[in-house]
Design a protein around this ligand. Structure first.
Ligand SMILES: Nc1ncnc2c1ncn2[C@@H]1O[C@H](COP(=O)(O)OP(=O)(O)OP(=O)(O)O)[C@@H](O)[C@H]1O
Ligand SMILES: [Mg+2]
Length: 454
């Protein structure tokens, strides 16, 4: 625009000068004054031409440089975003971007105790799961734990954090790769009597592979990262299945970082009933063996296709006093002693065939090692991987006292109005071999109030 204006001014001044010279020629004839005016006029016209040429050259070069910088900037941006992606550095998203990606949080794919997860598609076509955490203190704490634990982790069996978003005084968001087949619970537990959701019956081969995948992910967290990472919420709902039914461990909301030289850390009881190791319930400090215990519990649920703690109606329906509690690992031990191990395997798998009995026995034995109440007896996750791969033989597991069976019975008693536990914290601590049993500050109410019911 400015360029056009300058050209107009130049053209007008040249035309004016030419007209002025013609008028001077007519009125002054060929007098010395005319030649003076003519000379000055031609000089000004030449100067205007030179000025126009220089200006044109200058503008041309400036435009060239600008377009060069723009393309360099674009390349740099692409390179930078590529580097962020490969280095696993999470991106900070704007709320509007997440709103657009999820179509105003239209498709809910999962809901946990502290968050809702929505499906979305980013502007570059990447499918994502957007986890919306509540504003409350717990949501904020889980947001920080989750980012701290997983931001820089890269493992094929761990969910990848792509980015985050913080709305001032509003909810927090975490953006993950979308894992298409949802969580493991949908694929191992019978969906009978529940509203139809995704899922089905995962074949034996895939279940075994899931066991290996989860073991590898936990072994990486415990041993191969700079600081040891405890997941602390290993359960089927937090294990996702990708398009090939390979396991991806998710939900690091309760995770804790632990120095490599620390043997255990103290933390308040959180997590989910049924998967918590006794030492955590007793507030005696937790370690990577706490994850091993939960992993063992998940193994049993995969083998049986049922929850470890369940209630069966004995007598009148809906009469709580006639409900009998069943503890699946206890049933497995009894069946194993009777040499009828296959009776505990998910009946749907038995009917469809294809179960490797040796693998089933191996999985049960590993599960029993993992749920030993004395943490030091439990194997490390890398040892579990070796046993699953068949690189290390699985020894006969020792008899476990199953103190937790009595312990979980308290849950049922509480539900029936009797809030006094059958077994006190000190008694339980003595049975699992803890040294500081007498000084235990453990209380049933305290423990239970901090755990998420399943
Ligand atoms: N990346 C993902 N891709 C697909 N589905 C997902 C993804 N992340 C989570 N989900 C779904 O959302 C559910 C809840 O997610 P998540 O476990 O992270 O929430 P939470 O509130 O922390 O759960 P918890 O109750 O264990 O504390 C999962 O069980 C799963 O079904
Ligand atoms: Mg969860």
């Amino acid at each position: 625009m400015e360029d056009r204006k300058a050209k107009m001014v130049a053209a007008t001044s040249i035309i004016t000068l030419v007209i002025f010279i013609i008028v001077a020629r007519i009125s002054l004839k060929l007098s010395p004054t005319f030649f003076l005016i003519c000379g000055a006029g031609v000089a000004v016209i030449l100067a205007v031409f030179v000025w126009l040429v220089i200006r044109h050259q200058y503008n041309f070069r400036r435009r060239l440089l600008e377009s060069k910088h723009a393309s360099e900037g674009r390349e740099l941006r692409v390179e930078y975003s590529f580097l962020r992606k490969v280095a696993g550095v999470p991106t900070k998203f704007r709320y509007k971007e997440l709103e657009d990606a999820t179509d105003h949080f239209e498709t809910l794919v999962g809901k946990g105790a502290s968050a809702s997860v929505y499906k979305g598609i980013l502007s570059d076509g990447t499918q994502v799961a957007v986890k919306k955490l509540d504003v409350e203190e717990r949501g904020e704490r889980e947001f920080k734990s989750e980012v701290a634990a997983i931001a820089s982790l890269q493992h094929i069996n761990l969910v990848r954090l792509l980015g985050y978003c913080c709305v001032p005084a509003g909810p927090r968001f975490l953006v993950y790769d979308f894992i298409p087949n949802g969580s493991l619970d949908l694929w191992i537990f019978s969906q009978k009597g529940r509203p139809i959701r995704r899922g089905g019956c995962l074949p034996w081969e895939s279940r075994y592979r899931v066991a290996v995948d989860v073991a590898k992910a936990l072994s990486y967290l415990h041993q191969d990262c700079r600081s040891r990472i405890l997941h602390l919420d290993v359960k089927p709902e937090n294990i996702l299945l990708d398009e090939n039914y390979r396991a991806i461990v998710a939900d690091f909301g309760l995770s804790k970082l632990m120095g490599k030289d620390e043997s255990r850390v103290m933390t308040t009881i959180r997590g989910t009933r049924g998967y918590l190791a006794p030492e955590w319930l007793l507030e005696h400090g937790i370690s990577e063996k706490t994850d091993v215990y939960s992993y063992g519990m998940v193994l049993f649920e995969m083998i049986g296709g049922r929850r470890n703690v369940s209630f069966v109606e004995k007598g009148k329906a809906n009469d709580k006093s006639h409900r009998k509690r069943e503890y699946f690992p206890q049933i497995v031990i009894e069946k194993m002693r009777e040499g009828k191990l296959m009776e505990v395997v998910d009946q749907r798998l038995i009917e469809s065939g294809g179960i490797d009995e040796r693998e089933a026995k191996r999985l049960v034995h590993i599960g029993l090692w993992c749920i030993q109440e004395r943490a030091r007896l439990r194997p490390t996750m890398s040892h579990v991987v070796e046993m699953l791969d068949g690189r290390t033989p699985v020894e006969e597991p020792p008899d476990t006292q199953m103190v937790v069976v009595d312990f979980s019975a308290m849950d049922e008693e509480a539900a029936n109005g009797n809030r006094k536990p059958k077994i006190g914290g000190a008694a339980l601590a003595t049975q699992i071999g803890s040294n500081d049993a007498s000084t235990s500050t453990w209380s049933y109410e305290n423990a239970m109030s901090m755990i998420t019911p399943r």
